[in-house]
Design a protein around this ligand. Sequence first.
Ligand code: ZN
Ligand code: ZN
Length: 274
Amino acid sequence: MWTESVDLHCHSWHSDGLHSPTEMAERAFQSGVKVWSLTDHDTDTGWQEASNACEKLGMRFIPGVEITCEVELQSSTKNPSSWHLLAYFPEGASQEFSDWLLSLKDARVPRMKLMLQALAEMGHEIPLEDVEKFAEDSLGRPHLARAMVEHGIVESVSEAFEKWIGNDGPAFRERPLPTVSEAVKMVHQSGGLTSLAHPYYYGIELDVLVPTLLRLGVDCIEAVHNSHPDSYRWKLMQQGFPVTVGGDSHGTENRPSPGKICVPIKQLHPCFHP
Ligand SMILES: [Zn+2]
Ligand SMILES: [Zn+2]
């Protein structure tokens, strides 16, 4: 039996999505979703609204977060700046977990200040407020790039990354990220479970990736991600891990709504069964 009524990966304007949690919940509902998770990057600030919206719609809400972690294994084919770990709390999360997320966010401001300082030293002064006004939450490089466009330093967000703040750029500064193992530990301690988001992005062969995930204590694998080719989804489903399913909708044109993504119920972790 397959289902299309589960989507466990979605973003709102609490991170880099375009719409409110309510809007995304309604879009999920319209697409026939019955079990839905909002997984904004490194923040839980959208949960309350999402949960209220789901209650009205009669949809089951799973509080989730997509945690930005350090790269665990270096790839010879890809160069990701981080690994993404999805965390889910079917029974709700602890205060301790929320506090931990906040502590991660606090690390972002000092890092942004370092990048602004680097830009200033190269003749481009931008006040922190001019970056912050683009960020609903979780201040990051995309917001800085928009401020750079506004200040006329570059013409586009992509130019900002190419010339200045990409991973090899002169104004790039590392931010301290949690390791996958640290994040897994915190999620487990807070009563949740984890899934490695879109493994395709990391460029690691499965015979290396799978033992690593086992060692790290990751509970599931996001085999069915929007960007994965069918053949890769299928391979991931054969690894003995429970799987999760994620449309990764940001409310943008290419994928405006959660849902309409197929997963075999037998493979799906039991916590998420419709
Ligand atoms: Zn991601
Ligand atoms: Zn995502």
